[in-house]
Design a protein around this ligand. Structure first.
Ligand code: FES
Ligand code: FES
Length: 165
């Protein structure tokens, strides 16, 4: 069957088998391998992308179900060579070790900060609770999101673009 959707702002059309999952469509048909695939049980969350502005586990969605929808992957976080503050935060606060969970973590963090610019540590943990990190113990991931929150807040204040750490 033929599926058409918007991925990172561009319309794409591909012939796929009806059983193809969105995560495999993104990785194998579009070559966007920043979205990872980590389990067969819908538990790990490394496959998170946005669909129509909401984070979803792309291993729980058929590509056919995403037809006509707008999908955003981790590749869309960086714009014109400028990292998203969430990406910068993961770098500054060492929010990753192996990096396998990181794309999904960053997309959920981006969604959280778009909806709640000043989340508490508890709210960050709750937002990320559907995603597993085997490496970090989550402390630095929370700090990374807090770093992004602080720097986005600083960016909104006139004359304070440098932010606070
Ligand atoms: S690949 Fe593990 S939840 Fe999607
Ligand atoms: S950094 Fe390795 S799984 Fe999270």
């Amino acid at each position: 069957m033929q599926v058409t959707m918007t991925v990172n702002g561009e319309q794409v059309t591909r012939d796929v088998e009806p059983r193809v999952l969105l995560v495999h469509f993104i990785r194998d048909h579009l070559g966007l391998t920043g979205t990872h695939w980590g389990c067969d049980t819908s538990n790990c969350g490394v496959c998170v992308v946005w669909m129509d502005g909401e984070p979803v586990k792309s291993c729980t969605v058929l590509a056919a179900m995403a037809g006509g929808r707008s999908v955003r992957t981790v590749e869309d976080l960086e714009r014109d060579g400028v990292l998203d503050p969430v990406q910068q935060g993961f770098m500054e606060e060492h929010g990753l070790q192996c990096g396998f969970c990181t794309p999904g973590m960053m997309l959920t963090a981006r969604w959280l900060l778009d909806h709640n610019p000043d989340p508490t540590a508890g709210e960050i943990r709750e937002a990320l609770s559907g995603q597993v990190c085997r490496c970090t113990g989550y402390e630095n991931i929370v700090r990374a999101v807090q770093w992004a929150s602080r720097h986005e807040a600083a960016g909104r204040e006139p004359g304070a673009a440098g932010g606070t750490r």
